[in-house]
Structures are given as C-alpha cells and as structure tokens.
Ligand binder design. Sequence first.
Ligand code: NAD
Ligand code: GLY
Length: 374
Amino acid sequence: MPGMPTVNLSLGARSYTVHVENNSLDSVGYLTGRLRLSGKAAVISDSNVYPLYGDKVIQSLTDAGYSTSLHVFEAGEASKNLSTVEQIVNEMVAEGHDRSSFVVALGGGVVGDMAGFIASIYYRGIPFIQIPTTVMAQVDSSVGGKTAVDIAGGKNLIGAFHQPALVVADPTTLLSLPPRVLREGMAEMVKHAAIRKPHMLHPLHRLADEIDLGFTLNTIERLPSIIAENIAIKARIVEEDERETRGVRAYLNLGHTLGHGIEASVPYGELLHGEVVSLGLRGALWLSRKYCGLSERAEREVLDTLAALELPLTLPEGVEVERALKFTASDKKFSGGSIRFVLLAAPGEPVLSEEVTPEDLAAAMQLLTTPVTR
Ligand code: NAD
Ligand code: GLY
C-alpha cells in the first residue's frame, strides 16, 4: 500500500520489494496484482499457520481476482523433506497448475524454504511470494532466495537459489507465536547485530523483557522498524553476493556450521533452528577469540544477549558431541576439504577463516557441554 515501509533488493531482473507493516496480510492480493502475475496461486502453508491466517490471505488473493488452491502439510522441520515436496507437487498437478501459476508461501522458515524450493522446480521454475509469519522467517529466511529441504545426511542439502517476487511481512502475526519460537528467531537478530550493527544488541534485551511480560501496543508499533532494520542488513549482503561466491554472504553463516551439525544430529525439529544458532554462536565466538583477537567483552555482550533471550548456550540433554561433530563435518560450508569458518574479529567485523582445524571444532563442541563462566 502507498506509504508502507519497504526494503528493496536490487538484483537486476530478480529485484523485489519486502513490505513490512502491521496488518499487511490484507494487502497481499493488491501487492501481488501489482506484479502482474496472472495465473493461479498455489498457497502452501503448515497445519499451525493455515488455520490462523490462511483465510485472510486467500480472501485477499480472491478479492484481487486470483483463483487459488491450498496445500497444507504437518507443521515442523520434520516435514521439510523431499517426500512432502513430491506430495505437494502432485497436488499442484492435480489442481491444474501450469507454468503460469505462482506459489504463495504462508508460514515460517520451514514453509518458505520448502515452498520456495517447489517454485524453483515446478515446470522448471515459477514465481513465488513469501508471507513469513515467524521472527526467523521475517528477518532472515524469506529474504535472499535460498530455498532447500533436508535429507537424512544433513540440513538444507538439496535446494536452489530462487528469489521471491515479493515478500509481505506482517509483524502482528508474531503475536500468535509460542514464546519458544519467538525467542529462537531472535538468534538471527543477534547474529545480524554481531556481524553488522552491534548497537542493535541493546534493544534486543528490551525485547527479551517484553517477551517475559507480554508484548504491549508499544512493542507492536516498534516491531516493523526493528524487523525492517534486520532485513536491510541481509538485503545489502545478498545484493553484494547473491550466490555466496564472493565470501560476503557467508558472513550470514556465523554460528551456523556448528549449529547445523547439532541440529542434524538429533531428530529434525527436536531443537529449533535459532536454538542451535545460539549454540553455534557461542562456539564461533570462542574460536574468534583464539584466531582473530575478539575481545572478551565483545564475546560477553553477545552471550549476555542470547542468555537474556533464554536461548541455549550449553548442549541440551540428548545431544552427543561426537555425533554432532560428524554432521558438522558434512555441512556444506566445508569447501574442498578445508573449512571456511566465519569468525568475528570485532563487533561488526566478520572474517572468513581457513585456519580452523577439525580439532578446534571438536574443542568448540566440547566447550558447549560446559556452562558459560562469568
Ligand atoms: P517453522 O517454520 O518450523 O516455524 C516454527 C513453528 O511456529 C512451527 O510450528 C510453525 O507452524 C509455527 N508458526 C509459524 N508461524 C506462526 C504464527 N504466526 N503463529 C503461531 N505459530 C506459528 O520454523 P522457523 O523458525 O520459522 O524457520 C526455521 C527454518 O528456516 C529452518 O528450516 C531453517 O533451516 C530455515 N532457515 C532458512 C534460511 C534461508 O535463508 N533460507 C535462513 C534461516 C533459517
Ligand atoms: N541464512 C543465510 C543466508 O541466507 O545466506
């Protein structure tokens, strides 16, 4: 809508706009119409999100003249796999979708990653729209065009780069999130602050308090600008290095190498993505002190913020160090046998290092079995 806060991604023919505004779900049809998409919409959502917001989105698309089909799968990371993809693709064929169709991803990062992947392969690629409904998806996964599903061998190992044609983030959808999911998404905000804008850590402490006490009207009014500031950080990085070939986009993986290893070592969905990123950040900052002189104070500020958000800093019961290390070794951030590990030289100054050894990774994973010392 005119005046709606936006973040633009300038990617040539793949450029698009992220709209961030409270109650913007009602505008999905109007915003889609402006893209001149003329085909039928395949709305993909999960079993938690569809009952909450599905009708609103479908109504908005219908009002704008679109016909829709609906594809709902069981919520959770355990569904982000090829068998759900095949099931939805078959449903789309049965609904008569063709190359003029487009996909609408309504939900968190699981929906967005999988629906985006389906859009990237259906008829060799059709457009898609992201409507993210978690903190994780609004500040990170809906923007940047990484789509993927998991396999038994690791997280996100099958996927494609496929940029959305539009992102509509409505922060009021976050009000229905369980506190655990609200908190985990903020791990990516901590990461954004660490790599680009350290001053953003302080407001996260305030948000942490507000999660405990319940969001007020004031929190809700502040959310669009907090979310847009995070999206802008990611947008500028993606513009610089869309396909992660220039070493810049890799900075967004701070905390993710160890994190993905931990996440894949337990049944998918047992630990939330942001929770393992929190653990991975602790390990990465410890290695940053060893290899690039990160100060203890800078490390402490990040860990304190994660602790304030009640995100885990020690491995939860059931995570086995050796098993997590095995999955860390198969993470795709290992390039040609050596590890490209993201470290933090100083607040706002990430670096890519090839010095981190497998022994360092083992030591960092072991560190995560011990409490943070003051
Ligand atoms: P998710 O999509 O599983 O959502 C978490 C839970 O919240 C689910 O149960 C979901 O049904 C529920 N939910 C979603 N929105 C809700 C709402 N508004 N109200 C109530 N419940 C709601 O998980 P997530 O944390 O959003 O995303 C994690 C996924 O994102 C992981 O698979 C991760 O790999 C991926 N990811 C991708 C990128 C990328 O760049 N593509 C970046 C970060 C994370
Ligand atoms: N979430 C990391 C990236 O999009 O590159």
